[in-house]
Design a protein around this ligand. Structure first.
Ligand SMILES: NC(=O)c1ccc[n+]([C@@H]2O[C@H](COP(=O)([O-])OP(=O)(O)OC[C@H]3O[C@@H](n4cnc5c(N)ncnc54)[C@H](OP(=O)(O)O)[C@@H]3O)[C@@H](O)[C@H]2O)c1
Length: 244
């Protein structure tokens, strides 16, 4: 297996779910991990212990530009090989009853956050580095359940991916995205506690199971590998065929 020894990855939302799996996967290949979390310090420490090698923990609410800038101030001078924009929230925004506060929180965390993190990270990212954004199939298809604004932020992540790929090509920084189907994480556990909803989601995944965090982490690792050296501006579904 290819080694990432000597490289450093900043993974946002690395404390749980997909981000945690990405941290474990990249660390397994030898990358030093800077694990960002928001409020669940215990989960971040548990993830760091599972990684079992040097991990640096950093905290910020990515819905706040001030907190993002403070986090980078705290990180100080360092060089990054990989930036994984993973952190996000999934909240309902039914038409007719969505508050401005919830709408703002989703846009700030899922869209403005990754934009600002990337802007702050660019001076630290080596030429030839990689950015992987975590999008969603919800950005490409209509999903029932009143989560249109979430889908819109994920479609926007795909748009950022394509635009950054062009903007950063002169520095040979490759920018790609992964678009998971439904993943079994804390984000979806309440939703899937309803067996009818779970069965319906399962039916939409032709390979017969929902996406595992590790399925996504494998593709992120590929996009960080030498094998992906000529891939940029792409958003890859990791969804068991749920969007073809
Ligand atoms: N689960 C799915 O079905 C699914 C499908 C497609 C795409 N995705 C995308 O995959 C990414 C990860 O999802 P997941 O299912 O792994 O979620 P998760 O298990 O709920 O974990 C969310 C992660 O994001 C962090 N986070 C939450 N709110 C934050 C905020 N305001 N500022 C900074 N960090 C914050 C959390 O930190 P704390 O631990 O400190 O709270 C945690 O590390 C998200 O972008 C999500 O939209 C998920």
């Amino acid at each position: 297996m290819e080694t990432l020894e000597g490289t450093t990855a900043l993974v946002t939302g690395g404390s749980r779910g997909i981000g945690r799996a990405v941290c474990l996967r990249l660390a397994n290949d030898g990358a030093k991990i800077i694990l960002h979390y928001h409020s669940n310090r215990a989960a971040a420490e548990e993830a760091a212990a599972a990684i079992g090698r040097e991990v640096r923990l950093v905290r910020a609410d990515l819905g706040s530009i001030d907190e993002i800038e403070a986090m980078f101030g705290e990180l100080g001078p360092l060089k990054l090989d990989f930036l994984i924009n993973n952190a996000g929230i999934w909240k309902g925004t039914p038409m007719g009853s969505t508050t401005a506060a919830v709408a703002g929180q989703i846009i700030d965390t899922n869209l403005k956050g990754p934009f600002w993190v990337t802007q702050c990270a660019l001076p630290l990212l080596k030429d030839g580095g990689r950015i992987v954004n975590v999008s969603s199939v919800a950005g490409r298809i209509g999903v029932a359940g009143g989560r249109s604004l979430y889908g819109a932020t994920k479609a926007a992540i795909d748009a950022l991916t394509r635009n950054w790929a062009l903007e950063l090509a002169p520095r040979k920084i490759l920018v790609n995205a992964v678009a998971p189907g439904y993943v079994t994480t804390d984000m979806t556990s309440d939703y899937f506690s309803d067996p009818a909803i779970f069965e319906n989601a399962l039916r939409r995944h032709p390979l017969g199971r929902l996406t595992a965090p590790e399925d996504v982490a494998e593709v992120v690792a590929f996009l960080c590998s030498e094998g992906a050296r000529y891939v940029t501006g792409q958003s890859i579904n990791v969804s068991g065929g749920s969007v073809i």
